[in-house]
Write a protein that binds this ligand. Structure first.
Ligand code: UDP
Ligand code: MG
Length: 316
């Protein structure tokens, strides 16, 4: 008898990909033959407006390995991937884009690294054909900013093309926050990581659905969810304004009652007083922000720590 084969779940978020689905599925089907694993393909239809769901139903009827999750509307890729991970039954799962930008043949490298002990394998993009300058600069600055203000470091050009081991899937499923960026959460979880480098293909059909504004929103969302720095900005600004206007105020007083070197109009003095008060208000806002930060952390409800494996003696 042959040894039982390991089961791998492939997770594909789909949003308006009617033309890409048959191509992608064809490639996957060919790839997994002789891969030495059993497969489950989970497609999440993220409220596509085209005929994606019909295509998915077609392939799921013909192939029992195909599971389709059909969202009632568009919830965004982060949520779609989460739904896939939640339902993955494999000993590992691999997430891949439906637009064939992630080369399928690289899956064997992911599996290789996994077999050698990696618990998270991350696809890192080396070049991206057909990506505009704005997007390139945008992502460059995003990673610069987020890595300087956040406690969780994110590898630039690290994509959503990833493999997760069962332990990571189980820990991921315990995370309850709703406003999420999947890859940042995976990075937060830690575990033994390995990287697979690939050249991103051009999107086969259709247009990227992440418009500029959607990306900006995602960037802000992840900054807010990964870092408390934006919350503290008001406080820092307040401290700066208060000290600066306070010193100016003292200088005006000394000038007025002792040295009488300069002339300050009443309006100027009023401006300094107002600035001083604004500074104090901002400091108070900063203080309130600190409390909100605490609430934010509690509401996010992340586990305090993540365990790979615990050896606990029996009877304890
Ligand atoms: N996607 C999704 N929901 C969305 C937007 C995109 O499920 O709201 C899927 C899309 O079908 C594709 C993947 O996420 O499989 C990546 O999307 P896209 O190619 O638009 O993004 P980019 O390549 O620019 O990262
Ligand atoms: Mg794409």
């Amino acid at each position: 008898m042959t040894e039982a084969r390991k089961n791998i779940s492939l997770i594909v978020p789909v949003y308006n990909e009617e033309k890409n689905i048959p191509v992608l599925y064809g490639k996957i089907k060919d790839f997994v033959v002789g891969s030495g694993y059993d497969w489950e393909f989970i497609f999440i239809n993220d409220g596509s407006a085209d005929k994606s769901i019909l295509e998915l139903e077609k392939i799921s009827q013909a192939d029992p390995r195909v599971a389709v999750i059909d969202f009632s509307r568009n919830f965004g890729k982060e949520i779609a991937v989460t739904a896939g991970i939640n339902r993955a039954k494999g000993e590992a799962c691999i997430m891949i884009d439906a637009d064939l930008q992630h080369p399928i043949e690289k899956i064997s490298e992911f599996l290789d690294k996994w077999e050698k002990g990696a618990e998270v394998v991350i696809g890192v993009r080396q070049s991206n054909k057909g990506e505009g300058l704005v997007k390139k600069f945008g992502s460059y600055f995003f990673y610069k900013i987020i890595n300087s203000i956040s406690d969780t470091k994110i590898v630039p050009q690290a994509t959503d093309y990833r493999l997760l081991d069962r332990v990571v899937i189980d820990e991921f499923n315990k995370l309850t926050e709703k406003n999420r960026m999947t890859r940042a959460l995976i990075d937060w979880l830690g575990f033994r990581r390995e990287f697979v480098y690939f050249n991103a293909n051009e999107r086969l059909h259709g247009v990227p659905s992440y418009s500029f504004f959607k990306l900006v929103r995602l960037a802000f969302n992840s900054m807010v969810s990964l870092s408390l720095f934006p919350l503290r900005v008001a406080g820092y600004l307040g401290i700066f304004i208060t000290i600066a206007s306070g010193l100016l105020g003292i200088f005006i007083m000394i000038n007025r009652y002792f040295t009488q070197q300069f002339y300050f109009s009443g309006t100027a003095i009023l401006a300094v007083i107002i600035l001083f008060l604004i500074g104090i208000v901002l400091i108070c806002l900063g203080l309130i922000a600190l409390y909100i930060a605490n609430i934010h952390a509690e509401v996010n409800n992340r586990p305090m720590y993540v365990i790979r494996k615990a050896k606990i003696k029996k009877g304890e």
